[in-house]
Design a protein around this ligand. Structure first.
Ligand code: PHE
Length: 345
């Protein structure tokens, strides 16, 4: 009796070994017969009770082995068939089918505004200067007339690198002024866009990282009148030909005299809106004549040369131009937000 059953299992094993289904249908038949829920091996497990005790173990192992053989073979055949199907598909490329549409990205609003500002200054001979974001204390502060104990350092909460009292994330692009002047004698005419960092609480109005564009012009006989005319040109190119500017006295350690520039509100044409807080003016940049001490710190003779500098934040301008009410949107990279901006710049 038991020899018969052993033979039965061995026959099934041989059948599995010799089977070579080469179509999806044949493979499906194979699956149903040997692997599926009602495969022919299943009832054999029940036969174990009819086997004499000393051969029960041998029988169990045999049936399990055959079951495994079936599954292994099925998986192999399935993989082979799939591969074949893929090859066949590849051979049937429809060369007349239209191409997959390419998803074009959009420029980030901060880049749009920054590029626009840079282009305006390039048109009057300013050259782009880009520098490192990890700066040393000297280029960010000391050279810019802001020594260790200077109260103006409190104006800008600084991120220092771990375990360092001298390496920091630059707090303004004014460090590019120092880098350029140390390396280059006048005439210098640079426009420096870039990212800056300040240890500020993140809110809808302020962020710990943002972008600035810095301008520097050093040559013989550069005067405040040159600064004013340059900024007027910029304001008209940037915000429209009828834009007015006004300069208010201010303070920066690296410029003397210093000023802040307002432009007539480009949102409401100076008629009064909540962006200009009904004053008709919006503040856009800080500027001034380069302090002679800064020139001297950087190896330029202040008796021979004078210069002007200005710096402006980009995010605030982008927010005004595009009516964005939360600065955090500019750093979250949500494509639903970013896809709304298009520009030729
Ligand atoms: N660095 C100043 C700031 O971050 C801006 C500025 C640049 C002012 C150049 C004057 C001259 O606020």
């Amino acid at each position: 009796m038991s020899a018969e059953i052993f033979d039965k299992v061995k026959n099934i094993q041989a059948e599995i070994k010799s089977a070579s289904p080469d179509t999806a249908e044949a493979l499906e038949q194979f699956r149903i017969r040997f692997v599926g829920a009602k495969n022919i091996l299943k009832p054999l497990f029940g036969e174990i009770r009819n086997i004499e005790n000393e051969r029960k173990k041998e029988f169990g192992q045999l049936v399990n082995q055959v079951k495994q053989d079936a599954e292994t073979k099925f998986n192999q055949l399935k993989a082979q068939l799939e591969e074949k199907a893929e090859e066949a598909d590849a051979g049937q490329l429809d060369l007349t089918a239209p191409g997959e549409p390419l998803q074009l990205g959009a420029r980030h609003p901060v880049s749009i505004v920054m590029n626009r500002i840079v282009k305006i200054f390039e048109r009057i001979g300013f050259v782009v200067a880009e520098e490192r974001e990890i700066e040393d204390d000297w280029h960010n502060f000391t050279a810019m007339n802001t020594p260790e104990d200077h109260p103006a350092r409190d104006m800008q909460d600084t991120y220092y690198l771990q375990n360092s009292t001298s390496m920091l994330l630059r707090t303004h692009t004014s460090s590019v002024q120092a880098r350029t002047m140390v390396e280059q004698q006048p005439p210098i005419r640079i426009i420096a866009p870039g990212r800056v960092y300040r240890n500020e609480t993140i809110s809808a109005r302020s962020h710990c990282q943002f972008h600035q564009v810095e301008g520097l012009y050093v040559d013989k006989n550069v005067s405040f009148a040159d600064l004013k005319q340059t900024l007027l040109y910029f304001a008209r190119e940037m915000y429209g030909p009828d834009t007015k500017i006004r300069l208010r006295p201010s303070y920066f350690p690296f410029t003397e005299p210093s000023a802040e520039m307002d432009v007539s509100c480009f949102i409401c044409n100076a008629e009064g809106c909540n962006v200009c807080k009904y004053t008709g003016w919006v503040e856009v940049l800080g500027c001034g004549m380069v302090d002679p001490a800064v020139l001297a710190n950087c190896g330029i003779d202040p008796e021979e040369y004078t210069g002007f500098a200005f710096g402006m934040g980009i995010e605030r301008q982008a927010m005004m131009l595009y009516k964005i009410n939360d600065i955090r949107l500019l750093f979250e990279n949500d494509v639903r937000f970013l896809n709304q901006f298009t520009s030729a710049y």
